[in-house]
Design a protein around this ligand. Structure first.
Ligand SMILES: NC(=O)c1ccc[n+]([C@@H]2O[C@H](COP(=O)([O-])OP(=O)(O)OC[C@H]3O[C@@H](n4cnc5c(N)ncnc54)[C@H](O)[C@@H]3O)[C@@H](O)[C@H]2O)c1
Ligand SMILES: O=c1ccn([C@@H]2O[C@H](COP(=O)(O)OP(=O)(O)O[C@H]3O[C@H](CO)[C@@H](O)[C@H](O)[C@H]3O)[C@@H](O)[C@H]2O)c(=O)[nH]1
Length: 433
């Protein structure tokens, strides 16, 4: 099929490349010229495992091109909207400016029977509003909402082989067109839920609200574990054996960040309040509060251990991205922790395999190095806040030779406390004795 993807960020660049890889003819559109220049020359504008390979193979096949000109989308039968829906600066609501601009920009370029498909995460009610606008401005076209569930770090495989497809549609024709787009996944048995706009929009925010709640639940248990000497990682293993609970997303630590979970639960709360149902999701405020407390806890642990102040202490922060296998530092707990230490007068040096350029752009006041050993050398405290494989696998004996003081805070509970203590380290986890 002929497809356009409007917005080529973490979601759109992967979606465009994956659709072309699946055999569709795709044009990716973005207003950011630098991103389009990168994509045109086969360079992924961000780090995502596997993206470079499908980007270059699809570009070479001639099935994938990129432009900053929305008119280039005119040929497409299906237009995916994948622009950002960030948190508004003044409220917690989703800022729909980019969705509205992309949608309006498409209106003059819609072929007969064209389908606009929303992929961006939006407040419930958005699709209905846009469908009404479409009926008035371009009645020959129609609209669907098809939320995206990909995880950064696994974005390519999650797009090519999603665990489910959700179509919010107003008619069968839209569902049939989407079936053609996702034929490969459907033939492979991917479950497909065809529903109305409101349900599709809600499925997306409900899924993220559930995941965030699960993480904050285990982090709340970590707080109780800290008060009692219990071990939250064993607790998670034990409750996770119950198939009704499940072990995934029960890793306690500095909590969730990124461009999705934090902003999506806040936007969901804001929308529920607008609907007069704020109390139904009031617990999400607690989920958010628990999450933010865990970032502060890391710093408090250090302050306590250093007898009340970290002024002048050399702190090596391992990781700046919100999760491993990504260069994304949006609302990153790791970066927040680094900034907090710096604010308290510590001598912070942060390192990360992929995230330094993005972190430096946001927080130029921090010192960075790409060299893990350099970060560790002379440290009074090592703080592991993003569980990149290279940090999980650090040898406490070797690291012990580099630092000035053997004190580690394991903000992701991924190190073996016994091994680190045996090598002479003071080890502190989050919710582990
Ligand atoms: N990142 C993810 O893992 C992920 C997963 C599922 C859903 N989502 C949702 O997808 C949406 C996009 O998220 P993202 O992480 O890709 O954001 P992003 O900021 O990385 O990308 C958004 C892109 O849209 C472009 N853009 C803005 N206005 C435009 C316009 N009028 N025309 C063309 N391009 C325009 C921006 O330049 C940017 O490149 C959000 O709603 C997000 O919640 C993201
Ligand atoms: O047990 C866990 C699992 C995750 N996290 C943290 O939670 C955050 C989010 O992780 P993850 O959900 O894997 O990353 P995202 O790529 O942001 O993906 C989420 O957000 C996307 C955007 O909406 C959705 O598409 C995905 O389904 C949803 O998992 C990260 O900071 C993780 O470190 C924990 O603290 N403990």
């Amino acid at each position: 099929m002929r497809i356009s993807v409007i917005g080529c960020g973490y979601l759109g660049a992967v979606h465009a490349s994956a659709m072309a890889e699946l055999g569709h003819d795709v044009v990716g559109i973005d207003v950011d010229e630098r991103k389009i220049t990168d994509l045109r020359s086969g360079r992924a504008p961000f780090f995502e495992p596997g993206l470079h390979d499908i980007l270059t193979s699809a570009t070479a096949s001639g099935r994938l091109r990129f432009s900053t000109d929305i008119a280039e989308a005119a040929d497409a039968e299906i237009h995916f909207i994948a622009v950002g829906t960030p948190q508004s600066a003044d409220t917690y609501a989703a800022d729909l400016r980019f969705v509205d601009a992309a949608f309006e920009g498409l209106l003059p370029h819609l072929a007969d029977g064209a389908l606009i498909v929303g992929k961006s995460t939006v407040p419930v009610g958005t699709a209905e509003r846009l469908a009404a606008r479409l009926a008035e401005a371009a009645p020959h076209a129609h609209l669907a909402w098809n939320p995206e569930f990909l995880r950064e770090g696994f974005a390519v495989q999650d797009t090519i082989a999603p665990d489910r497809l959700v179509y919010g549609v107003a008619d069968d024709r839209a569902a049939a067109q989407l079936d053609q787009v996702y034929r490969a996944a459907i033939e492979a048995g991917t479950p497909r839920i065809v529903t109305d706009y409101a349900t599709a929009e809600l499925v997306k925010v409900a899924a993220n609200a559930f995941l965030a709640t699960k993480i904050s639940f285990i982090n709340a248990m970590a707080e109780i574990a800290e008060a009692t000497g219990a071990d939250v990682t064993q607790l998670a293993d034990a409750i996770g054996h119950d198939a009704r609970i499940g072990r995934r997303f029960l890793n306690a630590g500095v909590g969730f960040g990124g461009g999705c979970l934090p902003k999506d639960i806040r936007a969901f709360s804001a929308r529920a309040e607008e609907l007069g149902r704020g109390e139904s999701v009031a617990f999400l405020k607690e989920v958010d509060a628990i999450n933010l407390r865990r970032r502060r806890r890391v710093v408090d642990l250090a302050v306590e251990s250093f007898g009340g102040s970290v002024v002048g202490k050399r702190v090596a922060v391992l990781g700046v991205t919100f999760k491993p296998d990504s260069d994304d530092v949006r609302d990153s707990p790791a970066l927040d922790v680094a900034v907090h230490f710096k604010g308290l007068g510590a001598d912070v040096i942060a390192t990360d395999p992929e995230g330094i350029a993005n972190a430096r752009a946001r927080h130029p006041q921090l010192a960075y190095t790409e060299d893990t050993d350099e970060a560790l050398r002379g440290a009074d405290l090592v703080v592991l806040v993003t569980e990149w494989r290279e940090y999980r696998n650090l040898d406490p004996v070797e690291v012990g030779r580099l630092v000035a003081n053997r004190f580690v805070i394991d903000g992701r509970n991924v190190l073996d406390p016994a091994a680190w203590r045996a090598a002479g380290w003071e080890y502190r986890g989050l919710g582990r004795p």
